[in-house]
Design a protein around this ligand. Structure first.
Ligand code: FES
Ligand code: FES
Length: 470
């Protein structure tokens, strides 16, 4: 793996100075689910990564009159914050189907936007909510409406030293409804097309309409001319069909590995029509509007030991202290190592497997402070002060198996066994949070784990069995 220094500044000014010092050869990193993939694939080869995780200025959710949140707000936190699921439903819906649990546990809303992907699932909801972004650099802070942020695939209006620090959403008026829809090759895949709608209804008349569609142009699009068409009108089947036809004309999709230009164009209209219908239902709070289940916030309830994070004395190698499977560990590690490499190569915990190395297969899943993460994307420096649990940590006294392990053995949940440790750790994270999941919740809980032997039926049965025995 390519070597790089890893900095963990505690204040914004230090981050700006580091970026200036490296003159374009450093990269800010938020949750790392995109940057670490590109580093692993050598798409980018920075001399240094500057972590934003330690910057308190980028954290916090304030659902006051308007909603403000730090750019480092995790998707898992948006999923679990009632203010989002109650008032900003399109965003909560987008987050709940974005990638998989391991990614949502570490990925941030700011990172999702800064990547500049035309398919970014957060973009359409934030566009229809008319979010305002706060960007800060050495010269000070500026506010940018989200519509002015995206400049092309992978491009945005930020200068290299700037950091997105916050996102502000206006208060939602009475009568507001919103919805997000997405289509992909498989559930939780990168979007083939995504779309969001927001309406303010006065009886049957739409007072305000906001529409956005993604993955069908170089940037996420606002469909202002269709909004004008809808505003002041009653929502009728004919109007919905007209909105769909107009959306199909407005987009400029491409053919790529995920879809064809023609399919994307067709489905853009379908999603805009359906999102508009769902937003109207949401405004009326009709049965049938998209419902979101709010997972309980158990991260803060998880009984884990934590330690003070030491100062970052070295950006190339340092001794980190953390808790591994209940035992305090101190180990020297190089800055470019991932948690996966630390566990397997340095500490000898081989139960955690490496499959794809890019956050796709979940074979490397472990728990960090009680939540599942892909250890192949998790910088080793970041586990300082945290608690890590691997498959080896599930054994009880006298090496007794965890009920999940027993159920996998007894119900054929193991074939070649390569995916099994990651699969069980994802199931463990799910059951920690939700001790009695439905089958749908089990399937969603392990959606970040692939089984090459395709033994999903037995795996789900094993988890159901473990649930029944708890
Ligand atoms: Fe980490 Fe595949 S997700 S190895
Ligand atoms: Fe073989 Fe899942 S049991 S990959």
């Amino acid at each position: 793996m390519q070597k790089f220094k890893y900095y963990q500044p505690k204040v914004l000014q230090d981050a700006f100075e580091l970026m200036a010092e490296y003159q374009g050869r450093a990269q800010y990193v938020a949750g790392g689910t995109d940057v670490m993939v590109r580093v692993n694939q050598r798409v980018i080869q920075p001399d240094a990564l500057i972590s934003l995780r330690g910057l308190d200025a980028l954290t916090g959710i304030s659902p006051d009159e308007e909603m403000t949140m730090g750019s480092m707000t995790l998707f898992r936190d948006i999923e679990r914050t009632p203010a989002f699921t109650r008032d900003y439903r399109a965003l909560a819906q987008a987050v709940s189907v974005l990638a998989n649990p391991q990614v949502r546990n570490v990925a941030t809303i700011g990172g999702n936007l800064c990547n500049g992907a035309p398919s970014a699932d957060c973009a359409p909801p934030l566009m229809v909510m008319e979010a305002e972004l706060t960007l800060e650099g050495p010269e000070g802070a500026r506010k940018v409406p989200i519509q002015a942020f995206f400049k092309g695939p992978g491009q945005n209006c930020m200068v290299p030293s700037e950091i997105m620090t916050g996102i502000t959403l206006p208060a939602m008026r009475k009568g507001t409804g919103s919805a997000f829809l997405k289509t992909g090759r498989v559930f939780q895949d990168i979007a083939v097309v995504n779309a969001a709608a927001l309406v303010v209804m006065d009886g049957n008349t739409c007072q305000v309409c906001r529409l956005s569609v993604g993955a069908v142009a170089p940037t996420p699009l606002r469909l202002t001319h269709i909004e004008t068409l809808v505003e002041g009108e009653k929502i009728t089947p004919d109007l919905l069909d007209e909105a769909a036809r107009s959306a199909q004309k407005a987009v400029a999709p491409i053919t790529d590995v995920r879809s064809t230009e023609a399919y994307r164009r067709q489905i853009s209209g379908v999603l805009i029509k359906r999102a508009l219908e769902a937003a109207v239902k949401d405004a009326r709070q009709e049965k049938g509007a998209l419902q979101i289940q709010v997972p309980a916030d158990t991260a803060s309830q998880t009984n884990v030991k934590t330690m003070e994070i030491e100062d970052n004395e070295s950006a190339t190698k340092k001794e980190i202290h953390f808790v591994l499977n209940g035992h305090a560990v101190s180990v020297e590690v190089e800055s470019h190592k991932t948690l996966l490499r630390l566990l397997r190569d340095i500490l000898g915990f081989k139960g955690t497997k490496e499959g794809c190395g890019q956050g796709e297969c979940g074979a490397c899943t472990v728990l960090v402070d009680g939540v599942s993460v892909d250890s192949c994307l998790y910088p080793a420096f970041e586990v300082g002060g945290k608690s890590v649990t691997t498959i080896e940590g599930l054994l009880g006294e006298g090496n007794t198996l965890d009920p999940l392990q027993t159920a996998f053995v007894e119900h054929g949940g193991v074939q070649c066994g390569f995916c099994t440790p990651g699969m069980i750790m994802s199931a463990k994270a799910l059951l920690n949070e939700n001790p009695e999941p439905t089958e749908a919740e089990i399937r969603k809980g392990i959606s970040g784990n692939l089984c090459r032997c395709t033994g999903y039926v037995q795996i789900v049965e094993s988890i159901k069995e473990a649930v029944s025995k708890e």
